[in-house]
Design a protein around this ligand. Structure first.
Ligand code: ADP
Ligand code: MG
Length: 233
């Protein structure tokens, strides 16, 4: 499905939240690196997809009604065997049904397990005065507790991308810390610019979260994505 089709389908279904699979598809089309993610509508399909992607895999609840998948017990990491995949499929559906009895469940997404990197986030929200604004920050506990983030107005210039990464207090953590490799900042800059272009070209998107992105010494990849569309009257 093309990006436009994904948006139209959500509109027809009267929803503003895209699933993780839809959001990643949209971003992939915009040239933004995302972990390959496929929908399984049965246990055996989940096994087949896992074998194709290669173990280990990650499985997550696929529901248009679940925003925070972990809260629903809807994320299982590091699944190494067919048996683990089958078990995870049932467990994810069961715990989501328990946490959100009303949730419509499409199935379970299956994706490659990305190797651990430095966690960063890119977000977009629309300000009444400034319009779309991009946010960059360190992921995980740091962003939640320290709110160590920076903002720039869309469209970003290359210089904005460069500055907003260097503006965060934790920037030194990305430059190599206690023997860890420095991460590829140029790649993150280019990701910010691609997100800026995507946002400019896709006014139907109201909010966007790539949380987290794993950043490496070469490259970076978004392992989770959330897109909220504008309401249409
Ligand atoms: P939530 O909807 O709760 O935000 P996420 O998709 O972000 O769910 O998954 C929760 C956590 O699991 C992420 O913050 C990340 O640390 C880890 N994770 C998710 N997807 C992957 C993946 N494909 N590879 C490796 N780790 C992942
Ligand atoms: Mg997430």
């Amino acid at each position: 499905m093309t990006g436009q089709n994904i948006i139209e389908k959500a509109r027809r279904e009267n929803r503003t939240l895209l699933t993780e699979i839809e959001a990643k598809q949209l971003l992939k089309e915009a040239g933004i690196a995302v972990v390959e993610t496929k929908l399984a509508t049965s246990k055996e399909k989940a096994v087949a997809i896992s074998e194709k992607l290669g173990f280990p895999v990650v499985m997550k609840i696929a529901s248009v009604d679940v925003v925070h998948k972990s809260d629903a017990g809807g994320v299982k990491l590091g699944l190494k065997t067919k048996a683990q995949v089958r078990k995870a499929y049932d467990e994810i559906i069961k715990s989501t049904q328990k946490a959100f009895p009303q949730a419509r469940i499409e199935g379970v997404s299956v994706q490659a397990m990305a190797k651990q990197g430095a966690e960063v986030i890119i977000g977009m929200s629309k300000d009444a005065q400034f319009g779309p604004v991009l946010m960059f920050g360190l992921g995980g506990v740091l962003v939640e507790i320290l709110k160590d983030v920076s903002f720039r107005i869309v469209p970003l210039q290359p210089r904005d991308a460069s500055e907003m990464i260097r503006d965060i207090k934790g920037f030194s953590l990305l430059q190599g810390y206690r023997g860890s490799d420095p991460i590829d900042v140029a790649n993150l800059e280019s990701m910010l610019l691609k997100v800026s272009t995507f946002v400019e070209n896709t006014p139907a998107v109201k909010e966007l979260d790539l949380n987290p992105i794993f950043a490496y010494k070469d490259g970076a990849v978004a392992v989770d994505a959330r897109v909220v569309l504008e309401d249409v009257a």
